[in-house]
Design a protein around this ligand. Structure first.
Ligand SMILES: [Zn+2]
Length: 68
């Protein structure tokens, strides 16, 4: 089997979160403020990290709002 290495994906890591006022528009669960880190990976090797703060749903993980 030949494995081609053209795979670029993103991995999202939640570094910490605390409850926030707001309701998820998708499932209606509570939202929380989270410090996010997104790693862009090429062949499973992270080469670019981006940190930001976002309001996410604690239940389904939807990003409701993000800050720079
Ligand atoms: Zn949700």
């Amino acid at each position: 089997m030949v494995v081609f290495c053209f795979l670029v994906d993103q991995k999202r890591v939640v570094q910490g979160s605390k409850p926030a006022a707001g309701i998820c528009s998708r499932c209606g669960s509570g939202a929380s403020v989270a410090d996010m880190k997104t790693a862009t990976r090429f062949c499973y090797v992270p080469f670019y990290w981006k940190s930001y703060r976002a309001i996410i749903c604690t239940f389904c993980g939807a990003v409701l709002r993000s800050y720079r």
